[in-house]
Design a protein around this ligand. Structure first.
Ligand code: ADE
Length: 250
């Protein structure tokens, strides 16, 4: 997958060089390119913003540099498989389902804005060339979209074949699907490792029993309990078909 990120703060994206995503890039699974938006300005001050039409506080990002950037990164005629992602607190909520969908694209271009956002005409013009997704990572306002890009690239990148060391480990993720062995719609319960006894606290004996069926049932009960505690909205949204008899007894 190719990922292009256009920003006025390229250094904000430095974490993409490390850990899982950095390794995926080194392995050739991901081709990540970070661009400085001001490259596509033509005035002495490399201006990327101006005051909002109609008045009001803050500044709005000008459409011209974004448009030139997109045209250079995705030349006309090469739009196939490309999608433009615009992080914004006024977007659709970014979810695991959307991450899974984005993971099927061959080319993602991210346009993280600063200030009050990007002139609407850029978004409209881009949408005539390729699918555009305006996405929010949560109900709070960041100083800019760069951190949201880091979140989305990590969520998407770890789903690409060959990125996770153990392909199984994505299956039981919180928000997983029942169809891939995960616990559909449930949050993951607690996890433990060795030593069996630490600082007077024990690993739950069932996990050391070697009985896989009993362990699976225990994990599911823990997931149900945690989801009820942390996210009652997810329990309410569960399809009753996703619950088995023993779940319902809880
Ligand atoms: N830019 C500023 N706040 C944001 C948010 N919550 N999600 C995505 N992009 C943003």
């Amino acid at each position: 997958m190719r990922i292009d990120i256009v920003t006025i703060f390229p250094e904000y994206l430095a974490p993409l060089d490390v850990s899982l995503i950095g390794k995926a890039a080194a392995a050739g699974i991901l081709d990540v390119r970070v661009h400085e938006l001001r490259t596509w300005t033509h005035d002495r001050h490399n201006t990327v913003d101006d005051s909002p039409c109609g008045g009001g506080p803050g500044m709005v990002m000008k459409p011209e540099p974004w448009s030139e950037a997109l045209t250079q990164i995705v030349p006309p005629g090469t739009e196939d498989g490309a999608r433009l992602i615009v992080p914004t607190p006024s977007g659709r909520p970014f979810t695991q389902r959307i991450a899974e969908d984005l993971a099927t694209a061959s080319h993602l271009v991210f346009a993280p804005a600063r200030y009050e956002g990007i002139d609407r005409r850029f978004i409209e013009a881009a949408a005539e060339r390729m699918p555009v997704e305006e996405l929010s990572i949560g109900d709070y306002v960041l100083a800019g979209g760069e951190v949201a890009v880091l979140v989305m690239v990590e969520a998407v990148g770890r789903l690409l074949p060959g990125v996770l060391g153990n392909a199984e480990s994505a299956k039981d993720d919180s928000f997983g699907h029942s169809s891939d062995g995960g616990m559909a719609g449930l949050l993951e319960g607690p996890v433990y490792t060795k030593p069996a006894s630490w600082d007077g606290r024990e690993v739950p004996p069932v996990l050391l029993s070697g009985n896989h069926a009993v362990i699976a049932r225990w994990r599911r009960d823990q997931a149900l309990r945690r989801t009820s505690e942390m996210r009652p909205d997810l329990i309410a949204a569960l399809d009753s078909a996703a619950l088995d008899k023993k779940d319902r007894a809880q």
